[in-house]
Ligand binder design. Structure first.
Ligand SMILES: [Zn+2]
Length: 264
């Protein structure tokens, strides 16, 4: 339990300073209502935290709106278009990588936002989540043209500046060990990453910690096994109600009005 004790100690340092670290939860690949989605929504509701739910526009069905109707703090994000891999053989999977013509990528990003808005109205934020968290370097500018105000990948923000009008809201802590059995990541390794992310923000000399870049947790409800659910529950148990943790809605994190929870 070393990692959990280290997390408690790090959070105590924030609390002593009177600071709260912003955190958010992004869950990817939503397409329809399911028992797994219900479980995720219930977990977020009991923890009292909002959720950014990245839906695949081409596959999304109206049934997704039903479980969300009881959960006002859930915003729908745009997860690419069809989660199709367009990368060349041997390259890492990507739907919006630089290998595709820019116009095709811009058009797919625009119709993803249009389709989800048509299905779910103002529950949808103009926040683009590229499948596999991969984007061509020219994609941020294309996203602005396609109507987006924010983009969310994984890990540190890229060195390229976002164009005016576009904000980054990345995730940093993936609960799934994609390359080692697709169950939960080793909790000690995850807690080490989480503690480092907290400490970096607390110690950042030029940054006021309360205004630090939010730390994003990343889940995929459709493929969670028992171990992944347990890890998520344990994390939220520790983090959701802690006085050193803040859980602003994704819309407010990117300077947009939060989803109001009213479907058309
Ligand atoms: Zn995905």
């Amino acid at each position: 339990m070393t990692g959990w004790r280290a997390l408690d100690a790090e959070l105590a340092r924030w609390a002593e300073a009177g600071w709260r670290c912003p955190l958010w939860l992004r869950d990817d690949d939503a397409v329809a209502a399911s028992p797994e989605l219900e479980r995720l929504l219930a977990l977020c509701a009991s923890a009292g935290i909002p959720l950014g739910l990245a839906a695949i526009p081409a596959d999304a069905t109206p049934s997704l709106a039903e479980p969300l109707s009881a959960h006002r703090d859930v915003a729908i994000l745009v997860h690419g278009w069809a989660h199709s891999n367009h990368a060349a053989p041997g390259e890492k999977k990507a739907e919006f990588g630089a290998g595709r013509p820019a116009e095709a990528r811009r058009a797919d990003a625009a119709r993803g936002l249009d389709r989800l808005r048509g299905l779910f109205g103002d529950r949808v934020l103009p926040l683009f989540v590229p499948p596999w968290n991969r984007l061509g370097r020219d994609m941020p500018a294309l996203l602005v043209e396609a109507g987006y105000g924010a983009v969310s990948g994984f890990g540190p923000r890229p060195a390229v500046e976002a164009p005016p009008g576009l904000r980054w809201l990345n995730t940093h802590i993936d609960l799934i060990d994609w390359h080692g059995g697709r169950s939960a990541v080793d909790s000690e390794a995850l807690l080490g990453r989480l503690c480092r992310a907290l400490a970096e923000r607390r110690e950042a000399p030029a940054d006021d910690p309360p205004g630090a870049e939010p730390i994003g947790l990343l889940t995929h409800h459709r493929v969670h096994d028992a171990a992944i659910w347990r890890l998520l529950e344990a994390l939220l148990d520790r983090l959701a109600g802690h006085p050193a943790a803040a859980w602003p809605a994704p819309g407010s994190l990117i300077g947009l009005a939060p989803a109001t929870g009213h479907a058309p």
